[in-house]
Design a protein around this ligand. Structure first.
Ligand code: ADP
Ligand code: ZN
Length: 209
């Protein structure tokens, strides 16, 4: 399966991707995770990306397109991939189409996980992540990860002001991709405002998995 996940920040793309990876072992290409790893490692890319990320703005298209294009050359993506957080702008979507047609590996679906923005502010400001295993949880998990015992932390961009900007950026730059993929007859919409396991059941049904 070659799929892209669409949806506002906090819609649950990462959570659904993690479930798909666990069950089907498909590579998960999360541009947010790749950028956070680059920031943590202090690479040139990380230094360039950090100020955009902290403000909730998008990293420039050329930077992110280069990153994803390189990742898609890795052999593990030949049998499928889940793109999460990319594309986020029209130029990114056009670049992705061009790259995938060059590779002869067209998309099977663009899966929109649909959640009301009101719900999102709450979700994101109470979200916590595990530094060790990447588990996505909430404040209620407390200071240690229920999966691996690692340290739970709050992402730098999960504060209310940055969350509101991320939602504005999503509306303006990313939501036009919904029509773009509808036009390509690839769009599948899932109601994301339900228990993650219920959402996942729908995701599998929609993808015929
Ligand atoms: P979320 O979906 O929760 O907002 P991500 O983890 O996907 O967060 O991304 C975090 C940040 O990384 C974004 O706010 C943005 O600054 C940057 N980023 C991630 N993917 C892209 C992309 N495709 N284009 C531009 N910037 C990106
Ligand atoms: Zn953990």
């Amino acid at each position: 399966m070659n799929i892209v996940l669409l949806g506002a920040p906090g819609a649950g793309k990462g959570t659904q991707a993690a479930k798909l990876v666990e069950e089907f072992n498909t590579p998960h290409i999360s541009t947010g995770d790749m950028l956070r790893a680059a920031v943590a490692a202090g690479t040139e890319l990380g230094l360039k990306a950090k100020s955009y990320m902290d403000a909730g703005d998008l990293v420039p298209d050329d930077v992110i397109i280069g990153l994803v294009t390189e990742r898609l050359q890795e052999p593990d993506t030949a049998n499928g991939f889940i793109l999460d957080g990319f594309p986020r702008t029209s130029p990114q979507a056009v670049a992705l189409d061009a790259e995938l047609s060059k590779l002869g590996r067209p998309l099977d679906a663009a899966l929109l996980i649909d959640v009301d923005p009101e719900v999102i502010v709450n979700r994101l400001t109470s979200r916590r992540m595990c530094r060790a295993c990447g588990y996505i949880g909430t404040e209620a998990d407390g200071p240690t990860c229920p999966k691996c015992g690692g340290e739970m932390y709050q992402r730098d961009d999960d504060n209310e002001a940055t969350v509101r900007n991320r939602l504005d950026v999503y509306e303006k730059s990313t939501s036009p991709l919904i029509d773009y993929y509808r036009g390509c007859e690839l769009l599948v919409t899932i109601d994301g405002d339900r228990d993650p396991n219920v959402v996942y059941a729908d995701v599998k049904e929609a993808l015929n998995l």
